[in-house]
Write a protein that binds this ligand. Structure first.
Ligand code: NDP
Length: 453
C-alpha cells in the first residue's frame, strides 16, 4: 500500500470503527483512484474523495410492530444518504438480520459510483433493517413495512431520495411500502422503484439486474470475439438477481449449472433448462421454498448443504467457463477465487455487490481474466429504476422491448466507459480501475462545481 492509501485508510478506519465492509469498499476505490488524484491535484486539494467517503446524512430509527402472536417486536431502521452531487439519492433497501450501519455505508458508497456509471442523474443511497422477512407471514411483513415506512416517509420523496429493493425486499415489500407512503403523504408519486406494473412499475425492472450482469459479460466476451453460446456458467443465489441472470444466460445460449441459497447449493450437470428455471421461479417467488426442493423434483441434480467447517464454497469448485456471483458480499473467498481459476473460469461478472474478497479481486486482475466488478456489472438494476422514474415523470409506460433495449444500451455504455477510463490510465482490461475512475470523475466534477457543500 502507498503512503497516501495508508494515511487515507487510517483516517477512514478511525472515523468509522468496526465497519469492515465499508473499509473494504473504500480501500478498493482509493487504491484505484491514486493515479487520478496524482494527475489532478485539484481533487485532492478540495478533499473530494474524503467528502465522498462521508455520508451526507444518516437516518436511524426504531421500527416497532406486532407479530401474529400479538407480541411487540422492535427492529432498527436506517437510510444512508451518501451523495447527491449528480441527482437525488437512489439505492435499495435491504431487510436481512445482518444489516447494520457499516454494511449499508458500504452499499451506499458503492452505489454512488455505480449510479454515476449508468449515465442517469442519480445520487447514491442505501437503507434497510435488521428485520428478517424469512418465515414471516404476509401480514407480519405488511405490519413491519408499514411501520418502517411511517418513519422513512419523512425523509424520502420523488425529488430527494427514491429507494428500491435489495436482499429481502421484493415486489411484495415495495407494494406495502408504496401503499403506506401514499396513505401518509396523500400523494401518488414515484417515490419507490420496483413497483407493481399496475401502479407505476416498469416492465423489465425485476429482470434488470440479472439481465444486465449477463449483458455486461457478453460485452466483455465480445472484446475477445467470443459469445456466451455454449459456455457453462456457475451462478450463486436464487433470488431476484440470480433468477434473471439464469434466464438471460439461457437466452444467449449459455448453460447454467448451479444456484444456491443460504442453506446450500444445487449442481445440475445436465444444465438448468427453461422448464427447470420456471420451477425455480415458482419455488422461490410463490412457494417461498428452499433450493434443496429442486433436487427432490429433479433427481439428476445434486444438493450440497452449507457446512460451516469448510474453508471454501464447493459451488465455485466446479469446472466451468463463467461465474456469476449473485447472492451476497464476500461470498467468494481467497480459496474460492483460486478454485475458480484452476477449474478454468475465465469470466466473472458480479450480480451481487462486492461478492469477492480483496485478494480474490487481486487474483482475477493479476490473471487477466474478464472480471466485471459489481458496481459496473450489476448497475442494470438501478439504471432500470432510473428508467422507471422517467416513465413516472412522463406518466407513460414503455414496452418491454423499449426498456430492454435501453437497458442493453446502458450496459454497453457502462462497459465502454470502464474500458476507456482504464485505458486512459494505462490499465487496459482492468474493469475495477475503469469502473472506479469513470464513476468517480463525474461525481467529483459535479462536486467541484457545487463548492464545499
Ligand atoms: P434476494 O433477497 O432476492 O436474493 C438473495 C439471494 O442470496 C437468496 O438466494 C439468499 O438466500 C442468498 N443470500 C442472501 N444472503 C446470504 C448470505 N449471507 N449467505 C448466503 N446466501 C445468501 O436479493 P437480490 O437477488 O435482490 O440481491 C442479491 C445481491 O445482488 C445482493 O448483493 C444485492 O445487493 C445485489 N444487487 C441487487 C439488485 C437488485 O436489483 N435486486 C441490484 C444490484 C445489486 P436465502 O433466501 O437463503 O437468504
Amino acid at each position: 500500500m502507498s503512503a497516501f492509501v495508508d494515511e487515507f485508510m487510517a483516517k477512514v478506519k478511525a472515523d468509522n470503527p468496526c465497519e469492515p465492509e465499508f473499509h473494504q469498499a473504500v480501500q478498493e476505490v482509493v487504491e484505484s483512484l491514486e493515479p487520478v488524484l496524482e494527475k489532478n491535484p485539484k481533487y485532492r486539494e478540495a478533499k473530494v474523495l474524503e467528502r465522498i467517503a462521508e455520508p451526507e446524512r444518516v437516518i436511524l430509527f426504531r421500527v416497532p410492530w406486532v407479530d401474529d402472536k400479538g407480541e411487540v417486536q422492535i427492529n432498527k431502521g436506517y437510510r444512508v444518504e451518501m451523495n447527491s452531487a449528480i441527482g437525488p439519492y437512489k439505492g435499495g433497501l435491504r431487510f436481512h438480520p445482518s444489516v447494520y450501519l457499516g454494511l449499508l455505508k458500504f452499499l451506499a458508497f458503492e452505489q454512488v459510483f455505480k449510479n454515476s456509471l449508468t449515465t442517469l442523474p442519480m445520487g447514491g443511497g442505501k437503507g434497510g433493517s435488521n428485520f428478517d422477512p424469512k418465515g414471516k407471514s404476509d401480514l407480519e411483513v405488511m405490519r413491519f413495512t408499514q411501520s418502517f415506512m411511517t418513519e422513512l416517509s419523512r425523509h424520502i420523496g420523488d425529488r430527494t431520495d427514491i429507494p428500491a429493493g435489495d436482499i429481502g425486499v421484493g415486489g411484495r415489500e415495495i407494494g406495502f411500502m408504496f401503499g403506506q407512503y401514499k396513505r401518509i403523504r396523500n400523494e401518488f408519486v414515484g417515490v419507490l422503484t420496483g413497483k407493481g406494473i399496475e401502479f407505476g412499475g416498469s416492465l423489465i425492472r425485476p429482470e434488470a439486474t440479472g439481465y444486465g450482469a449477463v449483458y455486461f459479460a457478453a460485452e466483455m466476451l465480445a472484446t475477445c470475439d467470443q459469445t456466451l453460446e455454449g459456455k457453462t456458467c456457475l451462478v450463486s443465489g436464487s433470488g431476484n438477481v440470480a433468477q434473471y441472470a439464469i434466464e438471460k444466460i439461457l437466452d444467449l445460449g449459455g448453460k447454467p449449472l448451479t444456484f444456491s441459497d443460504s442453506g446450500g447449493y444445487i449442481y445440475d450437470e445436465a444444465g438448468i433448462d427453461r422448464e427447470k428455471h420456471a420451477f425455480l421461479l415458482e419455488l422461490k417467488n410463490v412457494k417461498r421454498g428452499r433450493v434443496s426442493e429442486y433436487a427432490d423434483k429433479y433427481p439428476g441434480a445434486v444438493y450440497t448443504p452449507v457446512d460451516a467447517a469448510r474453508d471454501h464454497n464447493p459451488l465455485w469448485a466446479h469446472k466451468a467457463d463463467c461465474a456469476f456471483p449473485c447472492a451476497t458480499q464476500n461470498e467468494i473467498n481467497a480459496k474460492d477465487a483460486h478454485n475458480l481459476i484452476s477449474n478454468g473460469v475465465y469470466l466473472v461478472s458480479e450480480g451481487a455487490n462486492m461478492p469477492t474478497v480483496p485478494v480474490g479481486v487481486e487474483l482475477f486482475v493479476e490473471k487477466k481474466i474478464l472480471y466485471g466488478p459489481g458496481k459496473a456489472a450489476n448497475a442494470g438494476g438501478v439504471a432500470t429504476s432510473g428508467l422507471e422514474q422517467s416513465q413516472n415523470s412522463l406518466r407513460l409506460s414503455w414496452s418491454r422491448e423499449e426498456v430492454d433495449a435501453r437497458l442493453h444500451g446502458i450496459m454497453k455504455s457502462i462497459h465502454q466507459q470502464c474500458v476507456d477510463a482504464a485505458a486512459a490510465y494505462g490499465m487496459d482490461g482492468n474493469y475495477v480501475a475503469g469502473a472506479n475512475i469513470a464513476g468517480f470523475l463525474k461525481v467529483a466534477n459535479a462536486m467541484m462545481a457545487q463548492g464545499v457543500v
